[in-house]
Write a protein of this length. Sequence first.
Lengths: 379, 103
Amino acid sequence: MRSERGGLAAHQFLEVTMAGTMKRDYSLVGESTRRAIEMGLASAEWYHTDVPRKAIKELMQRSDGPAIRDTMIWIAAILGSAAGGIYFWGTWWCVPFFFVYGVLYGSSSDSRWHECGHGTAFRTRWMNDVVYQIASFMLMRNPVTWRWSHARHHTDTIIVGRDAEIAVMRPPDLLRAALAFTGILDFRYSLPALVCQAFGKLTPHEKSYVPEMEQHKAVIAARWHVAIYIATIALALTMRSWVPLVLIGVPRLYGTWHMVLTGLLQHIGLADNVVDHRLNTRTVYMNPISRFIYWNMNYHVEHHMFPMVPYHALPKLHELIKHDLPEPNPSIWHAYREVWPVLLRQLKYEDYFLKRELPPTARPYRGEFHEVNMSAAAE
Amino acid sequence: MADWVEACAVDDVDEEDVIRFDHGGRSFAIYRSPDDEFFATDGFCTHEKAHLADGLVMDDIIECPKHNGRFNYKTGQAKGAPVCVNLQTYPVKVEAGKVMVQI
């Protein structure tokens, strides 16, 4: 195994390998799935930083207060920006209002979907469920299939052939990644998926992670979503106005960019087929506005290691375990500068990835899995 | 006939918390409820292999640390996705400061 260290900060180095150059098969019912299960990568035992039970129990505690406060701000901002957009409709003054509305609808809904899907945002269960359903609709996501796909994502994070939520596969499709910022892919894939589900058809992939006893719920949820979209289109036609569509559905086009900007950084350019989140997940320090929109999911290594910790406690968890984690990227910009050359290299060598160096205070990476397929290196 | 087995001392479990208890090649979770009662269930979540002793006890609910699946630890009832299969529960009694489980 050879590694190279040119052009990167001292705490980082790139590692490249030619071994295992078999093309990755991202199907969830294909050859990579079989190999992942055979190698023990499916439902594996993952590395966790040691945290005393008392400390983690304190961090896991649920409270309705922070999420009620943030949700009230969120709803007020959504209604306020929508009202401003409607009031100034037909003038350029509506643009800043819809800019804000779009991000709240098309981006911040993702973090609400995520936290409420985990059931950690609120202590009260029904509050999580209500926000989860609303956010799922805003995201054009089936609330049932996506709940199960996210459970799989946590079981088998970036395990090829198992994880249903790998955003950028290898070799990276840069055009597709760029299009994701526009939300076009949601219209191209998510809407037709919802329509298929509404007709009772789930794909083999979806059936691979949604238990049979839950599949009918996915069909019912899809029918509700499709019915609301049909009603919105009918309203727009009746009113002879674009406003209903600009408020419902279309924000996924013009407001999804922040979700992609922050979400892509979670795992992109890092290792796959490992069982240590320090190797395949990234923590990035972000500005307060992005952190509000993203509900602190920039502390993503921490979230994956301890998914029971609510979003508002993640900064404290970060302080508690950062001695055992790679140094976070100091900004979104820094993270993308780090990722870009990795993606370019992966176009040629898809096994190439960024391996982040641990601080001296950390427990080292385990050998098992983490050095598999590393027997040779590229130029 | 199932045997009564000493799982732990009463003081080993904090109020509204859970600990792990292994016996005879099996693993269990011992709970102390907010109203100071003790309960026992199988140790591992019925969804995937995560030990419930690493989870969070809230009132009569145990939440799995891996996917936040929830069970009522008093009855074993699964409370919704991603857990669909109920948890096995076991009778518990307290004798002379010890928590006894019928296994």
